[in-house]
Design a protein around this ligand. Structure first.
Ligand SMILES: *Cc1c(COP(=O)(O)O)cnc(C)c1O
Length: 462
């Protein structure tokens, strides 16, 4: 399998290089040149597979010659062996139609562990035996940071610099990052929003001087390997609910469009999906884009679901590319227009193709709290992000079963859960001492000079 950039001019790469590189050198994102196809029989044959074996089946066509099937199996067993639930991503039934797919049983209690635990191992595997040193830079609205840090802390050959918007992540989220004291972990609180932090990371990749000095790598969901790992649980859940005979819908609390793009990839690979419901909070650029074709960024409103407080969704570019006919030159021009004016219109082709599988909804804080109370009445305590997905799922015009992706453990957002339901979720025992641990991080202004200067002092050159 080979990978091409959405903007058409970066080199074509194999899986190893795509994993280590992250963002393409032309500013685009890597996508597979073609989607591997799974027949109905292939999908039916997954019904009795464990999570790890499902992962091997789904991912093998994407890794090319860079990993053998056994190597892939070893990495998946290691990554998913760290999950606290034997089913890795268990399904929980709420009523006759609604299900939760619990993606938060990993070490940092967010769905990002599913991808990042594997990515950390892939980095190590691909760097072993080479003199390369990787400098990971990332921006996080909360959960990516802790999951990425957990995945690479103490690993040889890798430094990680994680930017988070100061004061805009929850206490649990911040502490999960800043209490990891491994010397290769560098936490930076940026004065600004998540979008500011993400723009800084993009600028570092696009600056030839800076990216020439360090081998930069991304762990944001712009990294293809992350999305790949997320395709697996769509297959895993759908076959348990009757695929390929029955079509399942998924409601996805969406921020950077990574998680739901993985669902789109699954459908392009042949998984019968009735609908992908893109659920946003009041930061609703994706809802506007999918419902009216208007992709225009406003200002970010902080909410109780901070991982979705995003106005620019990087991975949306992958959908625009694939749904819009895979024309790199045209997409590059469209994206340049967007970067200049922070607004653009989807083409008719992009809108029509997307509408074949995506619907969208915008959930306000009231509706979010109601969904949390409704779930509590059904016996499940859910976090604010999951609640946004569930609220959208409950009013979506879907005929079959609907799976809401439960993206974070409720104890990551204790205050918000308590406000909505009156009960305070407790941290699982394995991270119960989080508030006693020592924290370490630096605060920097959100400028390119400040952040690159800080990294240059601490990172290892290529
Ligand atoms: C990251 C995150 C999301 C959004 O996922 P995207 O892939 O960015 O769309 C939703 N919920 C939680 C809890 C998250 O951490």
């Amino acid at each position: 399998m080979r990978y091409q950039s959405t903007r058409g001019t970066a080199p074509i790469l194999g899986f190893r290089d795509v994993t280590l590189t992250g963002l393409a050198s032309d500013g685009g994102l890597y996508v597979p040149q073609a989607w591997p196809q799974f027949s109905r029989d292939d999908i039916a044959a997954m019904a009795d597979l464990s999570y790890v074996e499902t992962a091997v089946r789904v991912m093998l066509p994407f890794v090319g010659d860079d990993l053998s099937e056994d190597e892939l199996r070893t990495l998946c067993s290691q990554a998913y062996g760290r999950f606290a639930h034997a089913a890795v991503t268990p399904l929980v039934q709420l009523d006759e139609r609604n299900w939760l797919l619990e993606l938060f049983h990993g070490p940092t209690l967010a769905f990002k562990d599913v991808a990042l635990q594997l990515l950390g191992l892939l980095f190590e595997k691909f760097l072993t035996g080479s003199s390369a040193h990787l400098t990971i830079v990332g921006a996080t609205s909360g959960d990516t940071g802790s999951a990425a840090i957990d995945a690479v802390a103490g690993r040889h050959g890798v430094d990680i610099f994680m930017l988070h918007p100061k004061g805009r992540v929850s206490d649990v989220q911040r502490r999960q990052m800043t209490t990891v004291l491994a010397p290769n972990v560098h936490n930076i609180a940026i004065e600004g929003s998540f979008d500011d932090a993400q723009a800084l990371v993009k600028a570092m990749f696009n600056d030839p001087g800076f990216s020439g000095r360090f081998q930069l790598s991304a762990v944001n969901s712009i990294n293809w390997a992350r999305l790949l790992a997320q395709i697996v649980y769509y297959f895993y859940a759908a076959v348990r609910l009757g695929a390929p005979e029955r079509k399942v819908a998924f409601a996805v609390p969406t921020g950077n469009f990574g998680d739901v793009f993985a669902g789109y990839a699954a459908s392009r690979m042949g998984l019968p999906i009735e609908q992908l419901i893109v659920a946003t909070n009041v930061n609703d650029i994706l809802h506007r884009a999918l419902s009216t074709g208007d992709y225009s960024a406003g200002t970010v409103t902080p909410t109780a679901a901070p991982s979705m407080d995003i106005q620019v969704s990087s991975n949306f570019e992958r959908l625009l590319f694939d749904a819009g006919g895979r024309d790199g030159a045209a997409l590059a021009e469209q994206m340049r227009g967007f970067e200049a004016s922070k607004a653009m219109r989807l083409t008719n082709a992009q809108q029509t193709e997307a509408a074949k599988i995506f619907t969208s909804d915008r959930i306000d804080p009231n509706e979010m709290s109601q969904a949390m109370r409704w779930a509590a009445d059904s016996g499940e305590i859910i976090d604010p992000h999951t609640a946004i997905g569930l609220a959208a799922a409950r009013r979506a015009p879907v005929s079959g079963q609907v799976v809401t992706l439960a993206t974070a453990h409720p104890a990551k957002f204790q205050d918000a859960v308590e406000r909505a339901t009156g009960g305070r979720p407790i941290l699982p025992a394995r991270i119960g001492d989080l508030f006693e641990r020592e924290e370490r991080y630096d605060v920097l202004p959100g400028t390119f000079e400040a952040v690159t200067g800080y990294i240059a002092e601490r990172a290892q050159p290529r």
